[in-house]
Design a protein around this ligand. Structure first.
Ligand code: CDP
Ligand code: MG
Length: 732
C-alpha cells in the first residue's frame, strides 16, 4: 500500500540491483562532502534521500496502579551462584518491586493474567521467582514462547542469571532440539512443543506451573493451549496457570479464564518521538538502510533496531550495510551489524546482547521477534518499515501463502516502544502519518482465523478431542476452515469416514512436520524409499536457505545449482542430490563452499534428518532406500502433496487443479524454464505473483491412483494433451 514496487516485498535480487544502480548516482563521500571545515562534517547528506516529519511525541504509558499489592520488596533469596552484578541487574527490572505481591497472587489464585511492558522482566524473572519460592519442588515450571529463538535465548539468559549450565536446571525445548535433562526445573519451550507434550502426558503431571507467555501474539499453538490448559486446570487444582502478555488487552484473557485476576506490572517507558516519512517510500529496504546510516552519522549514541520481514531481507540488508559502511571507511564510526532470525546459530545470537563498545553503534536487523519476545538493551532508535511476513489462508480455495503484509497499529506502537525502554527514543516509520491512521488495522487477526487448520485438527484428533465444534477457543476458527481441514485429512487418509484418526493419521501425528509433509514421510513405507523421503523432508524443513548466490560469482553459483537439477528431475530430487553428494564427501564444509551451498543449513538438515530417522523407528517404518526409482519417490511426494497440484496453461501460467487459481513456477525453481504439464508444489509464496516454490513433475494418472477420494478421472482428463505433439511441455 505504501509502495509502488510490484514485487510487493523487496526481493534480495531487486534490492541488489537497486543498490547497484544507485551507487552511480549517490557518489558517497565525494559529491556530497562539504568542502569547508570538517567540524561536524558528515561524509554525505541524506536530505535528498528521505525526509521525515516529527508528527507526535508519544508519552510514557500511564498505568492505573491496580496492582494487586504494590508494596516493594527487599530481596532475601538471591541464593544463586551467579555474580553479584547480574543479581544487581535483576533488581533494576520493573518487575522486581512487585516480586512479593506477585508471589502472593500466585499463591492466592489458580489462574493469573500478567500484563507488563516488554522488557519489564516477565519472561526471565517470573520462572526464577517461582523457583526461589519453592514451586519447582512439586514439578517443573514450563514457560512457552511463540518463537524458537526467544525460547533459546531466554533460557540461556536465565541459566546465566542462575549461574547454572544451560540444559541442566534451566533448559529449552524447540522443534528438532531438546536441551533439557532430568534436572531441568525451568523449561522454556515453544508453544508447539508443549502442545506435543500433551500427547504423552495428557494432564501435564510433571508441571507445577505453566506460563503461557507472549499470549498477545495469539499464535495457533498458543490459542489451542489456552483451551487445553483451561481444561486441565479444572482437573488439577494444584496446577497454577499464568498467562502473560505485553499489551493491555488483558480483559479478553481474563474473560476467557473465568474472570481470572489481572496482575499489572507498571512499566517504565520514556517518551518516544515518532517520525513519519513525508511521502510513501517506494522501496522500504532502501529507505531503511538510508535511515540507519542517517541515524548513525548524525544522532547521538544509541543502538538501532530495524524491523524487516524475513531472513532473506535481513541478509540483504546486512550485505548492503556492510558494503556501504566499508565504502565510507573511517569517515564514520564503527557500525556493528547484528542480524537475528530463526535459524541463526547460538553463538551469533549472543552477539546481539553484547554491550556496544564505546564510540561504536550497533544496528540490530530483526524480524517481528524483536517486537515483544526479545529485549535488547541499549536500543534508542527504531526503524519501522511497517511490514511483516505472515501466512494467509483462504478457506474458500484452501490455499495458503506467505505474504508481506502491513502491520497493525498495535504492532507499530510496540515497535516504537522498543526505543524508549532505557531513555527517550526515536522511531522512524517508513510510511506516512496518513498511512498509519487510515491504512493500518488496529490489531492483527489471530493466526487461528487466517491459517489452514490441518495441523490443529490433526493435533486435536490425536489428543482425543473429537468434537472440534465444542472446544473452547478464545476466538472461534471459521467453521469453513475446520471443514476444509477435515476433508483434506480424510483425503490424506489420516481420518476415516467417521472422522476418527486412522493408523496413518496416528503415525502422521508423531512427526513434528506439517501434515502434508508427515503424510509424505509415512507414505514412504509403501514406496520403500524412506531414506530418500526423510532427506527431502529435512531439506524442505530448513527453508529456502540451501543454495546461495554471491553477486560476484553468480554464473559459477548458477552452474553449480544447475548440475543438481540435471535431467529436469525437479526441485525435491535436486535437494536430495545435494544432500547425498554432501554426505558422500563425508559432510565436507569445503564441498559446500565449492558448490555454493550453505553449510549451516546443511548441518541443520542433517540434524532434522537424524530425528526423523528416530521417529520412523518409533512408528515402525523401516529404513529403505530406492534411489534409482525416481517415480517411486515422486509418487511418494505426491501422496502428501496431491492437494498442491497445478496444470500448465497455454500462456506458461499454471492453474491449481482443485480450486482453480493462477500460479507460476518460482524463478528459483529448476523447472522454471522447463514448465512440465503437471506439477505438485511444496508451497505458494505471494510476491508480485502467486509463485509455487519447490516443484516436481507428476503424471496425472498418479493423482487418481493416490487420491481417489480427492480427484476423479475427469479432473485429470486433459484434452490438450491429446492434441499436443509429444515432448512439448513434457519432460522426456
Ligand atoms: O518478558 P519481558 O519482555 O517482560 O522481559 P524479559 O525478556 O524478561 O527481559 C528482561 C531483561 O532481561 C531485559 O533487560 C533484557 O535485556 C534481558 N535479557 C537479556 O539480557 N538476554 C536475553 N536473552 C533476554 C533478556
Ligand atoms: Mg517476554
Amino acid at each position: 500500500r505504501y509502495r509502488d514496487d510490484p514485487e510487493g516485498g523487496v526481493s534480495p535480487q531487486k534490492a541488489w540491483e537497486d543498490h547497484q544502480s544507485r551507487k552511480a548516482t549517490l557518489n558517497y563521500g565525494s559529491r556530497n562532502k562539504k568542502q569547508t571545515s570538517d567540524q561536524e562534517d558528515y561524509p554525505f547528506v541524506f536530505e535528498d534521500q528521505i525526509e521525515f516529519i516529527k508528527a507526535s511525541v508519544m508519552a510514557g504509558e500511564e498505568f492505573d496502579d491496580n496492582v494487586l499489592n504494590g508494596k516493594s520488596h527487599d530481596n532475601a533469596a538471591a541464593k544463586s551462584a551467579a555474580s553479584d552484578k547480574i543479581q544487581e541487574e535483576r533488581k533494576t527490572l520493573p518487575i522486581y518491586q512487585y516480586r512479593d505481591a506477585f508471589l502472593q497472587a500466585v499463591n492466592d489464585y489458580q489462574v493469573l493474567i500478567i500484563v507488563g511492558e516488554t522488557g519489564s522482566g516477565k519472561t526471565t524473572q517470573i520462572p526464577q521467582y517461582l523457583h526461589e519460592a519453592g514451586y519447582t519442588k512439586r514439578g517443573k515450571v514450563g514457560c512457552t514462547q511463540p518463537r524458537r529463538v526467544a525460547a533459546m535465548s531466554v533460557a540461556a539468559r536465565v541459566a546465566k542469571e542462575m549461574g547454572v549450565k544451560l540444559g541442566h536446571e534451566v533448559g529449552y525445548s524447540i522443534r528438532f532440539e531438546d536441551c533439557t535433562s532430568e534436572n531441568t526445573v525451568l523449561k522454556y519451550m515453544t508453544d508447539g512443543m508443549l502442545l506435543k507434550e500433551f500427547t504423552d502426558e495428557p494432564d501435564l503431571a510433571s508441571y507445577s506451573i505453566l506460563m503461557l507467555d507472549e499470549a498477545h501474539e495469539r499464535t495457533l499453538p498458543t490459542d489451542l493451549l489456552f483451551g487445553l490448559v483451561k481444561d486441565i486446570a479444572r482437573l488439577r487444582p494444584d496446577l497454577k496457570v499464568l498467562i502473560s502478555s505485553a499489551t493491555l488487552d488483558a480483559e479478553k484473557f481474563s474473560d476467557f479464564f473465568d474472570s481470572a485476576p489481572v496482575f499489572k506490572i507498571p512499566g517504565r517507558r520514556f517518551p518516544v518521538e515518532i517520525h513519519y516519512t513525508l511521502a510513501p517510500e517506494a522501496d522500504y529496504m532502501d529507505a531503511a538502510i538510508v535511515t540507519a546510516l542517517q541515524i548513525h552519522t548524525r544522532e547521538p549514541p544509541g543502538d538501532i533496531l530495524m524491523f524487516l520481514t524475513g531472513q532473506d531481507e535481513i541478509e540483504t540488508a546486512e550485505e548492503i550495510l556492510k558494503q556501504r559502511t566499508r565504502g565510507l571507511g573511517n569517515k564514520i564510526a564503527e557500525l556493528i551489524i547484528c542480524p537475528i532470525y530463526a535459524i541463526l546459530p547460538t553463538e551469533l545470537q549472543a552477539k546481539i546482547f553484547e554491550p556496544t563498545p564505546h564510540g561504536a553503534r550497533k544496528v540490530v536487523l530483526a524480524t517481528n521477534i524483536a517486537e515483544t519476545s526479545l529485549t535488547i538493551d541499549g536500543i534508542k532508535y527504531v526503524i519501522d518499515p511497517g511490514f511483516c511476513k505472515i501466512k494467509s489462508y483462504s478457506a474458500k480455495t484452501g490455499m495458503e501463502s506467505l505474504q508481506v503484509t502491513p502491520i497493525s497499529k498495535a504492532s507499530a506502537n510496540q515497535r516504537a516502544g522498543r526505543s524508549g525502554r532505557t531513555g527517550p527514543g526515536k522511531c522512524f516509520r517508513l510510511y506516512t502519518a496518513f498511512n498509519f491512521q487510515h491504512d493500518l488495522d488496529d490489531n492483527s487477526v489471530p493466526e487461528i482465523q487466517r491459517t489452514n487448520l490441518l495441523n490443529v485438527v490433526l493435533t486435536m484428533k490425536n489428543l482425543g478431542i473429537n468434537n472440534l465444534i465444542n472446544f473452547e477457543f478464545m476466538d472461534q476458527p471459521p467453521s469453513e476452515a475446520i471443514l476444509k481441514a477435515l476433508e483434506l485429512l480424510f483425503a490424506l487418509s489420516a481420518l476415516d469416514k467417521k472422522g476418527h484418526l486412522t493408523k496413518v493419521g496416528k503415525r502422521m501425528a508423531e512427526f513434528p512436520l506439517d501434515p502434508m509433509l508427515s503424510k509424505m514421510v509415512v507414505a514412504s513405507d509403501k514406496y520403500k524409499c524412506s531414506e530418500e523421503i526423510i532427506t527431502i523432508a529435512a531439506m524442505l524443513s530448513v527453508g529456502n536457505a540451501i543454495f546461495y548466490c554471491p553477486k560476484d560469482k553468480r554464473v559459477l553459483a548458477e552452474n553449480a545449482k544447475i548440475s543438481f537439477h540435471e535431467g529436469n528431475v525437479g526441485d525435491h530430487i535436486a535437494l536430495l542430490r545435494v544432500y547425498n553428494s554432501w554426505k558422500e564427501t563425508n559432510f565436507s564444509t569445503q564441498w559446500c563452499y565449492e558448490n555454493y551451498i550453505q553449510v549451516r543449513s546443511m548441518k541443520r538438515a542433517r540434524d532434522i534428518r537424524d530425528q526423523l530417522e528416530g521417529l520412523l523407528e518409533k512408528v515402525g517404518i523401516e529404513l529403505t532406500s530406492n534411489p534409482n526409482d525416481l517415480d517411486a519417490i515422486k509418487k511418494c511426494i505426491t501422496s502428501g502433496f496431491f492437494p498442491h497440484t497445478a496444470r500448465l496453461q497455454k500462456n506458461g501460467a499454471y492453474t491449481t487443479l482443485k480450486h482453480p487459481q493462477t500460479v507460476y513456477v518460482h524463478p528459483s525453481s529448476g523447472l522454471a524454464e522447463v514448465l512440465p504439464r503437471w506439477v505438485v508444489y511444496h508451497e505458494l509464496v505471494l510476491t508480485s505473483k502467486e509463485y509455487m516454490r519447490q516443484v516436481t513433475e507428476v503424471k496425472p494418472e498418479w493423482l487418481v491412483e493416490i487420491a481417489p477420494h480427492y480427484y476423479q478421472m475427469k479432473d485429470v482428463d486433459d484434452p490438450a494433451l491429446k492434441k499436443m505433439p509429444r515432448g512439448k511441455g513434457r519432460i522426456g
